[in-house]
Ligand binder design. Structure first.
Ligand SMILES: *[C@@H]1O[C@H](CO)[C@@H](O)[C@H](O)[C@H]1NC(C)=O
Ligand SMILES: *[C@@H]1O[C@H](CO)[C@@H](O)[C@H](O)[C@H]1NC(C)=O
Ligand SMILES: *[C@@H]1O[C@H](CO)[C@@H](O)[C@H](O)[C@H]1NC(C)=O
Length: 430
């Protein structure tokens, strides 16, 4: 079986533009969540007025402005989620040192970048303009700016990559499905190198209204935004919407070794499952999450006892976090697992960045790759008291402060509306 390793990382997140700033601030327990109150009237009427926003400013100081990453013509043609994806892809490719020019190399390189929602802003504005003023108000760029697969399309056009070109859209599992599926394409021989990830930017009043009506969002912390996303905490009460992109370069092992590429981690296993239960609510026993993790471990040929860290999906909702917690304990305790729950290290980085929806799985896979690479566990912000009930929340959730620990093998989970669950097993390359 062909082995797959990670050779490049790129991210635009609420903690910064670029991996360096994002990772430094994540380990320093800084928050990327802020208030939307200043964004004007439509936001002011909504029950949730907090979000994980990509900080604006120059690239040098780790902030985002499109012109630092894109030509003006690219910026005009692309939705914001696609702009974030292009920037993250650029960073990942530079990091991997992969800038092929030969026909053979270009054909062996593919792209899978998805988004959960895509360009809601464009759909909204064009709908309103069409309704009010008709055909003449529809831009010729409407469709290209709308389509979700255009992030992947733009990356391949920019770099001339002629391998597989794909875009998952599986709600909040999108980013992880993109990376997992890309690893399969390499294993099967469809490509030697894949640029894979997820991107999202829909901090739009209509998106917030929709998630709020589904009773998914945090509404109690509008005056204290940095406290609003609190995975596993007793006072958690909904997720905080976020934006950004995460993109990785995956590579067949021998290919990476032959060109002396840096190796962050190996993709050891990938599990997919479905709750087959409900549109938005998890099954209480966490069955879907359990099945996905178990499958990822089976693939990897790794026992539950060998898992040193789990980057949880945990979005800070009452039911979701509890179901995942149950699934993690069921998987890792007993039999071939750990003796005590306190030996389970699991954190949710959503406390710091919020829920990046279609980008979440990719950004969190990157955090997990970095945890494996640097032997450090990123913290769960705002975790004052795990629960409820406390006796079922007895793992090490890495509260508030990062912890230094050997991380040889790790899992990262992503779950999405519709009941779709995925888990990726990453390990140190040996
Ligand atoms: C949509 O319209 C709003 C309000 O006029 C504007 O701020 C925003 O930039 C527009 N978005 C797009 C994608 O055109
Ligand atoms: C599986 O995905 C569903 C999607 O809605 C999610 O709600 C659920 O939390 C996931 N399963 C578990 C047990 O976490
Ligand atoms: C974390 O993981 C290590 C193994 O890597 C384990 O020994 C330890 O007990 C776990 N829990 C805590 C609280 O450190």
């Amino acid at each position: 079986m062909r082995r797959v390793v990670v050779t490049g990382l790129g991210a635009i997140t609420p903690l910064g533009a670029g991996i360096k700033h994002t990772w430094r601030r994540l380990l320093a327990a800084e928050s990327g969540i802020g208030s939307l109150a200043s964004r004007g009237p439509p936001f002011e009427t909504l029950p949730s007025r907090v979000a994980g926003l990509v900080p604006l400013g120059s690239r040098e100081v780790g902030c985002w402005q499109a012109k630092d990453w894109l030509h003006a013509s690219e910026e005009r043609q692309m939705a914001l989620f696609a702009q974030y994806a292009i920037a993250a892809a650029q960073e990942a490719l530079d990091d991997a040192g992969w800038h092929p020019t030969s026909q053979e190399d270009l054909e062996a390189t593919g792209v899978t970048i998805g988004s959960g929602i895509g360009n809601l802003d464009e759909a909204y504005n064009t709908s309103v303009a069409f309704h009010e003023s008709g055909y003449k108000k529809v831009s010729p760029l409407f469709v290209p700016r709308l389509l979700i697969n255009l992030a992947a399309g733009h990356v391949s056009i920019k770099y001339g990559f002629k391998g597989p070109n794909h875009a998952a859209t599986t709600a909040c599992t999108t980013g992880l499905h993109a990376i997992g599926d890309a690893s399969r394409l390499i294993q099967f021989g469809d490509a030697d190198v894949m640029v894979a990830g997820g991107a999202e930017s829909c901090i739009h009043p209509l998106a917030i209204a929709g998630f709020a009506k589904a009773r998914s969002l945090a509404t109690e912390w509008n005056n204290d935004p940095t406290k609003s996303s609190r995975p596993f905490d007793r006072q958690r009460a909904g997720f905080v919407i976020g934006e950004g992109a995460g993109v990785v370069v995956l590579e067949e092992l021998e290919h990476a070794k032959a060109r002396g590429a840096p190796i962050y981690a190996e993709v050891k296993g990938y599990g997919l499952s479905s709750d087959a239960h409900h549109m938005t609510a998890p099954k209480k026993n966490g069955e879907g999450a359990f099945l996905a993790m178990r499958q990822a471990l089976k693939h990897a040929g790794i026992k539950p006892s060998a898992i040193d860290y789990i980057n949880a999906h945990a979005t800070s909702t009452v039911l979701g976090d509890a179901a995942e917690n149950t699934a993690v304990r069921t998987l890792l305790l007993g039999n071939e697992g750990k003796q005590h729950a306190s030996e389970i290290n699991v954190s949710s980085t959503k406390g710091a960045v919020g829920h990046l929806l279609g980008a979440a799985g990719a950004v969190e896979a990157i955090f997990t790759m970095l945890a494996v690479h640097h032997d450090i566990l990123p913290p769960t912000l705002n975790l004052d008291c795990a629960g409820d009930p406390p006796e079922e929340f007895d793992c090490n959730y890495v509260p508030q402060t990062a912890q230094r620990r050997a991380v040889n093998a790790a899992l990262t989970n992503s779950f999405g509306f519709g009941g779709t669950n995925a888990s990726l097993c990453l390990a140190k390359y040996k």
